[in-house]
Design a protein around this ligand. Structure first.
Ligand code: NDP
Length: 248
């Protein structure tokens, strides 16, 4: 499905790789202007901007560690000063630092909570200030099936991803009357760098739990995100859309 997002300004966190990169490419193909946030992948971000520019697409990149509230504030100020508005926020950036809870240290816990949950709060809070002024906004946050099922070895990640759901449902209730809609996409197992370290035997056991018999692609997620940003989804608010092949 293609949409016409001409004139729309989108901010995608973690747009340099994996799911965020696909979301960015799909938004660009629908003629949105996209700003991506990266933390460490400056080279990837620069390469994406060069390629998009050569194709006549409007892509910019910002160094913005979403776990740092002041960097997020600065990024949204940059967007306001340079683009004048912000229509779409996609809270995509996330990390994992897995370990069984008895062996999980404070750093593993805090790094994941700070990025995957606090980052969503910082970006949403800052973006809302702009969206309220223009009386329009669409926010999609990427949670995970693990935020609903839990997963041994991922208590920190599951807590953060469950938190994203509760947070988004609450903000959806606060903002619905302001023409700002907030929804969540909860992917299952999507082949990206994030899951590349999972041992093969564990991967094949996981495959058996997926009714459609395949892992998800980044495009599977990007297409649902763009639907939620579009006017076709204008009456969807506070929803969690599973993109997991039926595994949950
Ligand atoms: P990747 O590891 O492939 O990419 C992560 C992206 O997030 C990178 O662009 C990275 O940029 C960025 N990022 C990480 N930390 C920060 C930070 N502190 N500030 C700004 N950017 C940051 O991940 P995926 O594409 O697999 O995952 C995307 C989202 O989807 C995540 O929220 C993840 O939890 C979720 N998800 C993924 C699933 C999967 O199976 N892959 C399943 C369910 C949910 P940089 O390199 O610059 O740090």
């Amino acid at each position: 499905m293609s949409y016409d997002f001409s004139g729309k300004i989108a901010f995608v966190t973690g747009g340099t790789r994996g799911i965020g990169k696909s979301i960015t490419e799909k938004l660009l193909s629908c003629n949105a202007s996209v700003i991506i946030a990266y933390n460490t992948s400056q080279k990837d971000a620069d390469a994406m901007c060069r390629m998009a520019g050569a194709d006549g697409k409007k892509l910019s990149a910002l160094k913005c560690n979403i776990a740092d509230a002041s960097e997020v504030t600065a990024a949204i100020e940059f967007i306001e000063n340079n683009f004048g508005r912000l229509d779409f926020l996609v809270n995509n950036a996330g990390i994992t630092k897995d370990g069984l809870v008895l062996r999980m240290n404070d750093e593993q816990w805090l790094d994941v909570i700070n990025t995957d949950l606090n980052g969503v709060f910082y970006c949403t809070r800052s973006a809302l200030k702009l969206m309220l002024k223009q009386k329009y906004g669409r926010i999609v946050s990427i949670s995970s099936v693990v935020g609903m099922t839990g997963n041994a070895g991922q208590a920190n990640y599951a807590a953060a991803k469950a938190g994203v759901i509760g947070f988004s449902k609450s903000v959806a209730r606060e903002m619905g009357r302001k023409n700002i809609l907030i929804n969540v996409v909860a992917p299952g197992y999507i082949e990206t760098d994030m899951v590349s370290g999972i041992p093969e035997d564990m991967k094949s056991r996981m495959l058996e739990t997926i009714p459609v018999g395949r892992y998800g692609t980044t495009y599977d997620v990007a297409s649902v995100v763009c639907f939620l940003l579009s006017e076709d989804a204008g009456y969807i608010n506070g929803a969690v859309i599973d993109v997991n092949g039926g595994m949950y």
